[in-house]
Design a binder for this molecule. Structure first.
Ligand code: NDP
Ligand code: HSE
Length: 433
């Protein structure tokens, strides 16, 4: 079977796709009878040296590539939401199948695109949009379909995990570590998307929609990034036997309501997620029949991401992905809106770092406020210091509602013995099993 492809975008991920297509050509033919014909590679600047085989037709005319009657599958790998949306729309309106790694596009305009695909008898496959090379979307759509998913807890942004790992293990500065992630090709073209937590939130919107059978929008998710994290919190956490990870968490609470959040989180050193380093991602999924399953692998970068794109390509070419797309009411065009738990109702343990005046009675005033709000302390850490009037005091709490914590912090930060806004991070409980 001869399958014409147009690859639109040949940067980090696109280059990997070309390499795998070259490398695995014979196996694709012998295993599946598929012969891929990469008819177009479309980029912004065709004159740029890319080291691609000279036989490949590289140009910058998107429409020419999509409209080629011999192309049946279009791979969008340019990123962003404007031009990428136009590409997706044109592809689907032509009845051609779309493969994309673009979580921003699907998190913001997924329902329109899925509906358009259905209308034109086409399909959309997007394994590479979440978890890089980890087949988590396939797992949620197929492998775990017998389960009601109770929770997803994941490290889903490779850039943030790489930054946090290097800050923790090598004591690199935030900006040096970010530079490393950019050079390695993990970061988005605009890395603010990564470090602000938005990329993880977009992935949680996609994964949460599939896992919980309800349309989760990015704006449903409470988001904090790692861009405001202080290195001192990483070392205090270490002292308490925790590491800080950016986690994306979705869980069913109160029946059918879903709690959705992305934030830096203290994870105990013994937790399996604490071991996930560098650009690796890991997603813990809790199903009612299976229990806990952990999906682990490289979450970003050229070849891991291309691995997911090409698996979608093969699955689309042999008809599996289009069939699943047509038969499963699992996509955001056909799901009801998620009923989301307000963030104030989320229950968690907390890490607080106060800037407290170094004088008698200060801690008593702080703990009085916490006690009045029903917040119980689990640990307190303060170092001897001659650094000046204010010293850092770290408090770990037992579980309490986010709303109670916010009320308590408003009071604590207005005390005349507290010198700066208190840092407040969540602490994740031990794994459920
Ligand atoms: P890059 O910036 O490395 O590559 C983008 C490519 O798109 C370049 O080849 C660029 O051309 C081309 N391009 C940009 N705008 C246009 C346009 N208007 N018309 C034609 N071509 C255009 O991005 P990545 O490969 O890193 O990412 C691509 C997608 O994959 C994004 O959606 C990203 O979120 C997603 N993704 C990336 C991962 C990663 O690890 N990098 C992992 C998972 C998903 P030129 O080369 O001439 O500049
Ligand atoms: N910028 C993303 C990350 C790419 O670092 O995880 C993979 O989606």
């Amino acid at each position: 079977m001869h399958t014409g492809i147009a690859l639109i975008g040949c940067g980090i991920v696109g280059s990997g796709v070309v390499k795998i297509l070259e490398r695995r050509r014979a196996e694709f033919f012998s295993r599946a009878g598929v012969e891929f014909d990469l008819r177009h590679v479309v980029v912004r600047d065709p004159s740029k040296a890319r080291g691609l085989p000279s036989t490949i037709f590289i140009h910058n005319d998107v429409n020419k590539a999509i409209d080629d009657p011999n192309v049946s599958i279009v791979i969008e790998l340019i990123g962003g939401t404007t031009r990428a949306f136009e590409i997706a729309q044109r592809t689907l309106k032509s009845g051609k199948h779309l493969i994309t790694a673009n979580k921003s596009l699907l998190a913001s305009r997924g329902p329109e695109l899925f509906a358009l695909a259905r209308k034109h008898n086409a399909s959309i496959a997007f394994e590479a949009s979440c978890g890089g090379g980890i087949p988590i979307i396939d797992a949620l759509l197929h492998g775990l379909s017998a389960n009601r998913i109770e929770a997803l807890v994941g490290i889903v942004n490779g850039t943030c995990n790489y930054i946090l790992t290097r800050m923790t293990k090598e004591e690199l500065s935030y900006s040096e570590a970010l530079k490393g992630a950019q050079v390695a090709g993990f970061a988005e073209a605009d890395p603010t998307l990564d470090v602000s937590g938005r990329d993880a939130a977009q992935k949680l919107a996609l994964l949460g929609s599939l896992a919980f059978g309800a349309h989760v929008k990015e704006e449903d998710i409470s988001v904090e990034g790692i861009d405001t994290l202080d290195a001192s919190d990483i070392s205090f956490a270490r002292e308490l036997k925790y590491v800080i990870k950016l986690l994306a968490i979705g869980e069913r609470v109160d029946g059918n309501r879903i709690s959705l959040r992305v934030h830096p989180t203290l994870v105990h050193q013994d937790d399996v997620l604490a071991e996930v380093s560098g650009s690796f991602n890991a997603i813990s999924v809790y199903g009612d029949s299976l229990g806990h399953a952990l999906f682990y692998g490289r979450g970003a970068g050229e070849m891991p991401t291309a691995s997911a794109v090409v698996s979608d390509l093969l699955s689309t070419a042999i008809g599996v992905a289009p069939l699943a797309f047509a038969k499963l009411n699992a996509f955001t065009d056909s799901s009801p809106r998620a009923s989301v738990l307000p963030v104030d109702h989320v229950v968690s343990r907390f890490y607080l770092r106060l800037s407290a005046l170094d004088q008698p009675g200060v801690l008593a005033r702080v703990t009085e406020v916490l006690g009045r709000h029903g917040i119980s302390l689990a640990a307190i850490l303060q170092h001897e210091s001659d650094m000046g009037k204010h010293v850092p005091v770290v408090i770990m709490t037992h579980r309490t509602r986010q709303g109670s914590m916010n009320d308590a912090l408003r009071e604590i930060d207005s005390l005349n013995v507290v010198g700066a806004k208190t840092v407040c991070l969540r602490v994740i409980d031990a794994p459920k099993e």
